[in-house]
Structure formats: C-alpha cells, structure tokens
Design a protein around this ligand. Sequence first.
Ligand SMILES: [Zn+2]
Length: 374
Amino acid sequence: MSGTYVRADLLATALGGTAGEAPMSRYRITLGDSRIEMEEGIPFLKVGNDVVPLLLPPLRSGRTFLVPYQVATSVIPKFATGFNYDLAAGELRIFNTAARRVVETPPAPSSTGPTVLPSIGPNTSAPNRARRTQRRLIVVDAGHGGVDPGMRGPIGDGPRIVEKNVTLAVARLVAQELRNSGVDVLMTRTTDTLIALSDRGRIANRNKGDLFVSVHVNATGARGSAGARERGYETYFLAEAKTEEASRVERMENEAVKFETGADAPKGDPLSFIINDMAQNEHLRESNDLAETIQSGFRSFHPGKDRGVQQANFAVLRGSYMPAVLVEIGFGTNPSEAAYLLDPDNQRTIAASIARGVMEYISHYDARIGAGGR
Ligand SMILES: [Zn+2]
C-alpha cells in the first residue's frame, strides 16, 4: 500500500512537525501553527475550520497511521503555512518566507464540486504531453462481448436488450464521430468477441492511447417493479468505489472476469492492485474531468435522470495508464429506457454526445496547459 499512501508520522517529522493520536479517535498532524485532523476510514480531513475532501480515506495499520499522498501534494501546501509541493520535482518543499505557492499548482476544475481531486506526482498532466502536438488517440471500448453478454433486459415487457450488442453499436458510432472530429481511434473490439478486462487496458497502453472510454448499459440491483423503475445515466472514473451503489455496479461490471480463463485473468486483491498503481492515480483528476464533461453532455437529451459522476474500481479501467472513464448510458432493466437504448437514432445521439464530451475535454485540457505554460 506504499504507492499512494504515506506514513503520517514520517511526513510530519520530515516537515519539522509532529503527529500523534488526538481525542475522539482522531489523528493529528501539527505543522507550525496548522493542525490537520483526520479519522481512519473517513475521506475528509480538517485543517483549522476547513474541511477538505480526500481521494482516499486515511488508514490505520497497527500503530501506523497512513494518509493519502494527496495530503503531501495538495493539502499541506494549500492549507499549512510555509509548504509547497513542487509538481515538476515531485517534492514537498518548505518555505520560511511569504514566497510559498511560487510553484505553479494546477487550477482546480471548476465543475467537480467537493470531489475535486488533486494531481499526484510529477507526471500529472494528461493526455500525454509528448503527444500534444500529434494527433490524439482515443481508445473506445465496447463493454462485454462474445460469451459475456453483459446485462439482459428489460424487467417485464418490452423489446429485449443485450448489453454487448448495444455497447458495440454505440462504441462504433463514438469512434466514427471522433474520427470525424480529427482524432485517431482504437476500438478494443469491433466484433462480437470477448476481450479480457485486463487486456482492454493493455491494448490501450500498448498503443499509447491518450484517453480511454468504455461504454456500458446499466442494470438495477433491485427486483420487481421497483427495480424496473430505476433509470438514468452515470459516468464512472477509476478510484476506490465510494458509495454502496457504486460498489454494486463495480461488482457487476467486474463479473465479466469470470468469463476469462488462463493467465490473462487478473489475480490478487483488486484494491491493493489499484493502490500500488501510481501511474493510474496520476490520471485520477483528469479522469474525473473527463467523466464530468461526458456526464454533463447527456443532460440535454437523455430521458433518464442524471445519476452523476461516480468513482469505482473497475477492472476494465484499472489497466489503462491514461485518463479513463466508463459510461453507463442507461438502464437496460427499465422497459422504456431499454427501448430508448435500442433505437439507432438515440444510439447516434448518445455516441455524438460522448464524442463531443471527449473533444471538449481535450480542448479544456489544451487551454489549461497553454495557460499553465508547460
Ligand atoms: Zn457492462
């Protein structure tokens, strides 16, 4: 778990401060006159009167208290006096003068609300800087395929929907729209075939993709008529699953692993895998931005409700070392939404919106990089 967490006591000591247990089972880091307090398992911390959301909750391991790397890269420089995180060098620096914040920190994305994620480590910017002047490569992933049909619906009467067919149809249209917009596209599959989840990310990496977009159809976890009523669209980016609902969708999408056999099937604890996976974490903020842009594009046309941007630990996203999102374009379990998703015109609208979201994200990104002067 060393990748994205640091020991609070070592961090505090390195910065000339102290750390230790505080009342109410809290843990406290004291740096000069700043007090940072947090609790195990709670993804927030307090600095004075400010409450700061954390990407990952602090952890306890025996007497050791672990804080997400974000505390070093973003929280301490922002709230404690006299510290700065140098993105280029990947160092937390101590200043004794008013010259703090001389090192440029990336502007917070405006639309992400309280879940703004910090950039971590030196290579935080994505899409890949080196490719900036080249054509972008977007990896478009049609969920499921082959012996893995994904979800089937709807509950009750209505046209039958099979997720793998809808995701392929929509993914093809997304690819077409993106190519028309002047970017290169790689599809993880173009036929009804099963690509192992771990391979989808690997395909993206091997081809040096800049962004990864996976298309899926959602299914309710509820039964009967209550389940059939559930509808709407949501966009996920990679992170530890936060809500119970996100965990449920994550389990459902990761189920495809059971169709995979042999050496390619992912092994081990997925959480430790992600926590050790720094390269992916560097792209969390970018993935969040991309997810927000795609999600907000659906508002103007989608008949279902806006279920928001979610975080989850999807195996399909985990293997991609680039900003990566998974779009659940609607609930195939809801009869009217199933009918909506099966309509080719609606598939075109959905695909165009995803493609527009990607292009919008890229131009935001370029504007930010241009303004940042890197
Ligand atoms: Zn799916």
